[in-house]
Design a protein around this ligand. Sequence first.
Ligand code: DX5
Length: 226
Amino acid sequence: MTGPAIVASVLGADYSRLAGEVLDLQAAGVDRIQWDVMDGRFVPNLTFGAAVVGACRPYVDLPFEAHLMVEDPDAGLAEFVSAGCGTVIVHVEACKHLHRTLSTIRDLGVRAGVAVNPSTSLDFVPHVLDQLDHILIMTVNPGFGGQEYISAMEDKVSEARELADRSERPIQIEVDGGISAKTAAGPWRAGAELLVVGSALLNHPSGKQTATEEIRQVLAQASSLT
Ligand code: DX5
């Protein structure tokens, strides 16, 4: 497991200046940008597509990951890779043939991730390990930012960590939803090295940099205590 990385979700960003927001997040010291792609069907919300991601790509050097909360993830995989995403994450709940979808993502030359909703178990993971680079454990029900962190998901984070370590493949474990300076230590200690943060970063009263620094301090303390 690598050191903790803060992945900024732009779901709650100011869409009238999205490239500026991504620049601000880079300046604030985040490690990666997550694009929450929503189709209004898999989840009630509708956000952005590959064209918006691609428009922001030239402004920053940060890795981009696409979190596809869509009914038909196979339909747009290549577009998100062309838009500059180095990781594409699909929901197991939306895939008819997950092994094939993950294999297609890897054939496109990027890292393949699977996301699981709070009620979804990891029973399928051993059957797709050879095609997996990334497991995203949802710590809220998908569709909206600003929701409360579901701490019961930490057991699933630990389970995913054990599966990844046993596979001896560099599979990264990520959590997404309700992550802030108050909640970040739990999933980190449970085995998540990527922490997606949206509203706690974008809406922090003292700004994105302070928010980022506060979370890094919490993670550093949590690391020193383990
Ligand atoms: C839910 C989204 C959110 C977002 C982060 O579908 O995936 O979890 O990325 O939102 P916050 O950090 O505001 O919970």
